[in-house]
Ligand binder design. Structure first.
Ligand SMILES: Nc1nc2c(ncn2[C@@H]2O[C@H](COP(=O)(O)OP(=O)(O)O)[C@@H](O)[C@H]2O)c(=O)[nH]1
Ligand SMILES: [Mg+2]
Length: 309
């Protein structure tokens, strides 16, 4: 059916036609019907209004584009080269900055006295089994691998660089090679044979806690009370208290040393207060585990907190 165009439809129809034909809208916006124009009116009225809106917008956009084009044509070419150069330099600056930013370390250091169970723990974390009868290592045991427990996990996980530093006092300076880029340190304590070794363990831990490479970078430390598969093993709370007590004593005696000897060290705890691990600038946590039987979930959790995927 064909009808004469109703008043409000005329505008829509004519404006669309005008857009195509390049006729100025101002002529048509009078709202007067163009004589003799007919149109199919089977469209719903709401559709017509939407079209009307869209066409208004299209027209506006076209005008903006045209204005921009005009403006661009008026600008000298040099200005564009200058703008392009600024863009490229900015992009290059951020790219270099990104390259120079040191990658987050994935090194976790295992430290502790000889016999505390570091090597067994190393293999437990890597292979999911302890290598029985390990010979006393004289060199740090180092490896980059995915934690055994994460082998099945899908998605991208970052491999861990685990270093097992022998606890023998002559080999301890080796620790300084790894600490500057350690993401975390696990201090293994023998919870079974703890009391006879308490003083020695506290001394070693004191040395670590006062190292500039630990304090300045706030390297998180996990004190691992190992061998808790045995019923006679001491509790982690007992071990924490004993170590704090021993470190408190060491603090007094070591502070009496000449300042030259402790030039590279940082003082520990709060003066006038008994020492507690909570006073350390870096985070010190304590947990129990058994490297031999594979109860190492807390250790794995600590590692993953420091080495994010
Ligand atoms: N019961 C028990 N024994 C352990 C555990 N971890 C290590 N050991 C034993 O402790 C001894 C020393 O272990 P090792 O890993 O060589 O200690 P490292 O000197 O710190 O490397 C070995 O005889 C291990 O079998 C544990 O979780 N439970
Ligand atoms: Mg070992």
């Amino acid at each position: 059916m064909y009808h004469s165009l109703p008043h409000y439809l005329t505008w829509t129809f004519t404006s669309r036609t005008a857009l195509k034909a390049g006729v100025s809208l101002s002529v048509l916006s009078t709202g007067k019907a163009v004589p003799g124009l007919v149109v199919e009116t089977h469209c719903a009225n709401s559709d017509m209004f939407v079209m009307q809106d869209m066409e208004q917008w299209m027209h506006k956009i076209e005008q903006w584009m045209h204005n921009i084009e005009q403006w661009v044509r008026q600008q000298p070419v040099e200005q564009f080269y200058a703008a392009l150069a600024v863009l490229i330099v900015t992009f290059a600056f951020f790219a270099v900055l990104r390259l120079l930013k040191p990658a987050k370390s994935n090194t976790i250091v295992l430290a502790g006295l000889s016999g505390s169970g570091k090597t067994v723990l190393f293999y437990q974390l890597r292979d999911g089994s302890s290598q029985q009868g390990t010979i006393t290592s004289m060199e740090p045991n180092e490896g980059t691998f995915m934690l055994h427990s994460e082998m099945e996990k899908k998605g991208k996980l970052k491999p861990i660089n685990l270093v097992d530093v022998p606890g023998h006092s002559r080999l301890r300076p080796k620790l300084d090679e790894f600490l500057p880029h350690a993401a975390g340190l696990i201090f293994v304590v023998d919870a079974l044979d703890f009391l006879p070794n308490c003083r020695a363990a506290a001394e070693y831990l004191y040395d670590i806690l006062t190292k500039a490479s630990i304090v300045k970078r706030k390297v998180p430390i996990l004190i691992l009370c190992n061998k808790t598969d045995k019923v006679t093993a001491h509790s982690k709370e007992f071990i924490r208290k004993q170590l704090e007590k021993e470190i408190d004593k060491l603090r007094t005696s070591r502070n009496a040393l000449s300042t030259a000897d402790i030039a590279n060290e940082h003082t520990l705890g709060v003066p006038g207060e008994p020492f507690a691990f909570s006073q350390c600038r870096n985070k010190v946590t304590i947990t129990d585990a058994s490297g031999l039987t594979g109860e190492v979930s807390q250790v794995e959790q600590f590692i993953r907190e420091q080495v994010k995927p």
